[in-house]
Design a protein around this ligand. Structure first.
Ligand SMILES: [Zn+2]
Length: 225
């Protein structure tokens, strides 16, 4: 699996043995702890770039239906790290079931942001896929749908969400994906296979001595289920 050095962003290829190990970047010499998720994933995402303009056109042409499918299917292109990470099929199917979808969208959209941010972190990019916006969009869609029992109100909320906030969210997510894919396509494995031949002991540092590079975030512990 390929990750980015947290300090200098150069690309480093690691195998699953390096998970949680102290490794040293050859480009900048800084040491850091490889993500512990390596053991779980051992696989790359298969995300691809998509035109943001095209995506927005499809969003408006289909009144948001295409967006639900597009975002739902992204789940299939991400390594399944948690048991509760949904497949693309489940995500899209539940998004289409009336009433169930009102609850499902909260989970599905937010989890998608979490999963995309993981991939960005592995690549050394900032985790800027907007989780909060995902929750706001899902909340407004739910409130708007419920409010359609009132005259006008619900439709105004739904219309505003689908025509403004949802496209902003969609474009932001796709821009983050495009940036990630572009970075990985352009980077060469110049600093190949660190760590495997230099186990943590040889670095003479414990995990505690790592400073900022040692911020080891244990994903399974913090975001699991
Ligand atoms: Zn580095």
């Amino acid at each position: 699996m390929r990750i980015g050095c947290p300090t200098c962003k150069s690309t480093i290829d690691l195998d699953a043995n390096c998970a949680g190990q102290l490794i040293r970047c050859r480009a900048c010499g800084r040491s850091f702890v490889a993500p512990s998720e390596l053991t779980v994933t051992g696989q790359r995402h298969t995300l691809s770039q998509f035109s943001i303009v095209g995506l927005l056109l499809l969003h408006f042409l289909t009144m948001g239906v295409y967006s639900v499918i597009h975002l739902g299917l992204m789940h299939d292109r991400l390594p399944k790290i948690r048991k509760s990470d949904p497949s693309g099929f489940v995500s899209v199917a539940l998004s289409m079931v009336p009433f169930v979808n009102l609850v499902w969208l909260f989970f599905s959209l937010r989890r998608l942001c979490v999963r995309l941010n993981e991939q960005r972190r592995f690549a050394g990019l900032p985790e800027d896929v907007p989780q909060t916006l995902a929750v706001v969009v899902a909340t407004l869609l739910t409130c708007g749908t419920v409010a359609t029992i009132l005259p006008i109100t619900g439709w105004v909320v739904l219309g505003a969400t689908l025509s403004v906030l949802a496209p902003v969210f969609l474009a932001t997510v796709q821009a983050s994906v495009n940036e990630l894919v572009a970075l990985e396509d352009s980077s060469q494995p110049e600093t190949a296979s660190h760590g495997a031949n230099e186990p943590a002991a040889s670095a003479g540092l414990s995990n505690r001595d790592l400073g900022e590079a040692g911020e080891r975030r244990d994903l399974a512990g913090t975001t699991g289920s």
